[in-house]
Design a protein around this ligand. Structure first.
Ligand SMILES: Cc1cc2nc3c(=O)[nH]c(=O)nc-3n(C[C@H](O)[C@H](O)[C@H](O)COP(=O)(O)O)c2cc1C
Length: 232
């Protein structure tokens, strides 16, 4: 084979691969569009900030709004742990009345996705978030009740590169232990999750961070809708 023929063959193969990739994308988009579950697909946002209604809650609202916009079957709800009694996990005395109510909400029929939001505390999750995730031991003991629910994570920090990704990954590590289906922020950002910057208790100037929150919400909803459609 001459060098020119080799080049032509390679270009041809690349073109065919690109065409089949585009076809696959089109087919996937079609699947999503065709996936119209008749039952509600509920997505809960869990804010693990000890400060009610502040930036973690605001970031979750952005993600939940994007999730809701993904399809008419999607229902969303924001749950704030602030003010609830979610104690440090004690194996000798697990749970609390507030956690038990939350557990019932998380496992209610139709709940297909969960977006966990945490403020960044010293490059990790908040202690409230860790307490919540440790209390989730109850789900493992209850036949892995969170199994196959779609999960995404939002982290809000006071500085850019303040540990948002580390916080997200440590929350994801705990969610993997629940056999949840973990997703990141969808395209075009498409990384680990929603990473936001709080400036003066306000996230509205963080255009990039807001886009990651929207992309995460949409991605969680997209996968939840496809799973609901596949389950029938
Ligand atoms: C104890 C503590 C530790 C913090 N550590 C970090 C940090 O390591 N990186 C960062 O970016 N922000 C850090 N922050 C700032 C918070 O993450 C930020 O203000 C966040 O938006 C708070 O969320 P909230 O508004 O929902 O309370 C810290 C705040 C507190 C109270």
């Amino acid at each position: 084979m001459t060098a020119d023929m080799t080049r032509r063959a390679l270009l041809g193969a690349a073109g065919a691969a690109a065409a089949s990739g585009m076809a696959a994308e089109t087919a996937r988009a079609g699947e999503t569009a065709g996936a119209a579950p008749t039952k509600p697909v509920r997505i809960l946002g869990i804010s693990a900030s000890p400060r009610k209604g502040k930036t973690t809650a605001a970031a979750l609202k952005v993600a939940l709004d994007a999730a809701q916009a993904a399809g008419p079957a999607v229902e969303v709800e924001l749950v704030e742990l602030a003010g609830m009694n979610i104690p440090v996990f004690d194996p000798a005395a697990p749970g609390s009345a507030d956690f038990d109510k939350l557990a019932a909400k998380l496992t209610a029929p139709g709940v297909a996705g969960v977006i966990v939001g945490t403020p960044v505390y010293f490059s990790g999750m908040s202690s409230l978030c860790k307490a919540f995730l440790d209390q989730c031991m109850a789900f493992r003991k209850n036949n892995f009740a969170l199994r196959n629910k779609v999960a995404g994570v939002v982290a809000v920090g006071g500085v850019r590169n303040g540990g948002q990704e580390l916080a997200i990954e440590s929350v994801q590590a705990a969610l993997f232990c629940q056999e949840m289906v973990i997703v990141g922020d969808g395209r075009p950002t498409a990384h680990t999750g929603a990473t936001l910057l709080n400036t003066g208790d306000d996230i509205s100037a963080d255009e990039f961070g807001l886009s990651t929150a929207r992309n995460l919400g949409r991605r969680v909803a997209e996968v939840a809708l496809q799973m609901a459609a596949a389950a029938g």
